[in-house]
Design a protein around this ligand. Sequence first.
Ligand SMILES: Cc1ncc(COP(=O)(O)O)c(C=O)c1O
Length: 428
Amino acid sequence: MYFGRIPRFSPSFSLHDAITSARLIARPPDDAPKVREFEQAFARFIGVKHAVMTPSARYAFYLILKAYGIGPGDEVVIPGLTYFAIPSIAVTAGVRPVFADVGLRTHVLDPAAFEAAITPKTRAVVPTHLYGTPCDLDAIRAIAQPRGIKVIEDCAQSTGARYSGAGGTQRVGSFGDAAYYTFGLTKNMTTLTGAMVTTDDPAVADSVRAAIDASTPAALSRSRKEAVTGLAMKVATHPFVYPLTLHPVILVGNRLGKDPIHEPFGEAEVLYPSLPTSFQHSRPRAVQAAVGLQQLARVDGLNAARAKNGRFLDEHLQHVPHLTVPEYPAGVEPIYMSFVVHHARRGDLIAALRRRGVDTTFGYMNDCSDHPLFPEFRRPCPNAAVIKREQVHIPVHPSLDERDLAHMVEAVRSACLELARTAPGRAP
Ligand SMILES: Cc1ncc(COP(=O)(O)O)c(C=O)c1O
């Protein structure tokens, strides 16, 4: 029986991960050996010399800035379309974030916009491989390197993606001077909570490690909570459970104009009265590393399944009225963390898709170049503004099967045709 009910997301966290978590939380072993084993495996996976586990990507970014001595008086070029925590951390470190625009359909940093944002104070650039799409790293490095600008890759949404440049095909995170990743439950691989820094530079690795070693071990209660949440997500998004449980709740939310998943779980940046000044300082535990090792063994397979789904959507959603589909620059091997289309009536499109059984979201990326958190750093990024206003994330996760993909394509087409026939806000 096919229900035609498609969740926006499915977790990579598995029953095997839940069992490992339960075992290592009940009888915690020494943390250091397991964490080192995961770090070394991750460094080999990315193709770099050093990897250091950190509690979060934002703290990883902070520690990389510190390692390079980037601070007050310095500027860092950051794409306008990004997660608000990254420019927040620059500000926390006393650094001026200079926002540069992204490609309208690639969603990633436009090298020409980066070049135009450079001043004598620019010390670093953050190419963010957003939605699993690698940036044009050759172009960015060619601009940055002769000027001594550090390239700090944001791989939070692209663990495992590859880019083919002048030096051959490598995974993202191995092109810059340093890179950071994050492994929350909604990412393509998870360590419950946790993140990573990679670099070929031993001084950066040592500096990051010294800060991590000086912090207290993370509370196991946090890992326990995440493992329970991961398992609950797994059950709730199961093809037989989702249609009878979460989907009806989403439909009720739809009628009330609320998103029952995004609102309780999203990190509502608008609620920050000012910049977040604290972020999680804690040393990762063996349980996080053990789950990370299990996930690392599966991530290429999961990425390949996402990419297959993404290519199908790409092929079948061309030429749908009023819909803009993403564009992937030559030489990139995206992992399709999100499949992001644009529609001028995105609220109506999301509602119309939910009525057709397809749950979608507008995601949590912001146009930081025009955001209440950064009034002093406003800088026009017209493409980021359009994407922020119009983006809709079509499900692309590895659990989709061929029937789901066909159902989604039909749902998107018919929803767009329906919108083309009705006035804004009046779609039935
Ligand atoms: C592009 C990007 N950068 C940075 C981060 C921050 O990661 P963390 O929550 O581990 O600090 C995220 C979070 O999802 C992200 O999507």
